[in-house]
Ligand binder design. Structure first.
Ligand code: HEC
Length: 356
């Protein structure tokens, strides 16, 4: 009963601000009843976050009826904010901490009520949004901008920096464009490589089994100068499948791509598996990953296998800015290079700015 007593004292503490809770009897086993009483005055009974001006909040409350916002964060991140207050995830202190007054169960019930503000059940839930690996394609649709530098040490040393922009379309779709700039340090050839555009659609997402599958198509454009080694000189079609599953302490992601150039005979199958073991519960900190991938050339039947140990670093508490760095080694088959340093810098632009 202690929690109920402290709850009641909390309600009294908030009384001057809380017109609703003075009159309404609160049902402590009903998410809507509790939300209406304690959260409604800031978040709105309809969840839209339109509040009276005299509340003078430091930050505007989010619109829970916006399905894209409502679905994209895992419940445990919301739970951390409701329990410890906005600052737990780098948000405004205007969002108070409720952990002293409420039980976990009550917080869970309110979260499920907040989820009902998005009536469209087809939006995939943030729990299935696994952190990006270096090679394996990601199944979850994203609003992301990435800068991907790569340095390859072989006979000729080359580096490529790729800029990728991804944007969600509706609940399940996403399009993206990828612009590569390459330089060959031995021959001093620099320039734009083959631009790629791609579309992806979620085929399966299930919160019960914590699994997600999507399919997509990449199209490679022959924009790079093939004679100086910057491009392939041909259009390329690359259909792919990507999947992910949470196994509790770790999660796995996998993808398979079929690369089909319209000219030449260099058809390839690229398959990848990424194993992730998060060392942190929140978003800021280190997340080690180990990736295995293979390339089989279908024309000649050659296969090369690679290992890529890497570290994903969440740079901010909100998790929308991150860095990943790793080293890739060929471990079997044709030795295409000695080693490759791979990295990406990631910004989930819908979740916050780059510098604040
Ligand atoms: C005093 C006003 C106020 C009250 C009361 C309040 N909130 Fe908030 N809440 C906010 C503000 C402001 C934000 C946005 C913070 C930001 O974006 O920096 C927020 C953000 C949130 C978020 C989004 C977190 C995220 O990760 O983006 C959730 C979920 C939430 N509140 C749940 C609740 C629940 C549940 C209650 C009631 C138990 C509640 N809030 C009560 C002001 C309030």
């Amino acid at each position: 009963m202690t929690s109920r007593r402290s709850l009641i004292s909390l309600v009294f503490a908030l009384l001057p601000l809380t017109a609703v809770s003075q009159e309404v009897e609160i049902d402590f086993s009903n998410g809507k009843s509790m939300y209406d009483a304690w959260c409604g005055r800031c978040h709105g009974l309809d969840g839209k976050g339109i509040v009276a001006e005299e509340l003078e909040l430091e930050a505007p409350p989010p619109d829970f009826s916006d399905c894209s916002f409502n679905s994209r964060e895992p419940r445990k991140d919301w739970k951390a904010v409701i329990t410890h207050g906005g600052q737990a995830r780098g948000l405004s202190m205007s969002m108070p901490a409720w952990g002293e007054a409420l039980t976990e169960k009550q917080i869970d019930l309110m979260i499920e009520h907040i989820k009902t503000f998005c009536p469209d059940r087809s939006w995939p839930q943030g729990e299935l949004n696994f952190r990006r690996a270096q090679v394996t394609a990601k199944a979850f649709p994203e609003n992301e901008a990435l800068l991907i530098p790569t340095y390859t040490h072989a006979g000729a040393r080359t580096s490529t920096t790729r800029f990728v922009y991804e944007e969600r379309i509706g609940p399940k779709g996403q399009w993206e464009v990828s612009l590569p700039f390459s330089s060959n340090h031995s021959s001093s050839v620099n320039g734009l490589g083959d631009i790629e555009v791609a579309g992806k659609i979620l085929l399966h997402d299930d919160l019960r089994t914590l699994s997600v599958v999507s399919a997509g198509l990449e199209v490679g454009l022959p924009t790079g100068d093939a004679s100086s080694g910057l491009g392939s000189g041909t259009w390329k079609l690359v259909p792919f499948l990507a999947a992910g599953k949470d196994f509790g302490p770790f999660f796995l992601q996998s993808s398979i791509k079929y690369e089909h150039p319209l000219k030449g005979n260099e058809k390839e199958l690229v398959y990848a598996l990424a194993f992730t073991y998060p060392l942190i519960d929140g978003k800021k900190g280190l997340i080690p990953m180990l990736e295995f991938h293979g390339i089989t050339s279908l024309g000649e039947g050659h296969t090369t296998l690679f290992l890529t140990p890497q570290l994903y670093v969440g740079l901010v508490k909100r998790g929308h800015i991150a860095l990943s760095i790793g080293t890739q080694f060929p471990v079997a088959g044709e030795k295409l290079f000695d080693y490759r340093i791979v990295a990406f810098f990631l910004w989930e632009y819908a979740d916050g700015g780059l510098w604040w």
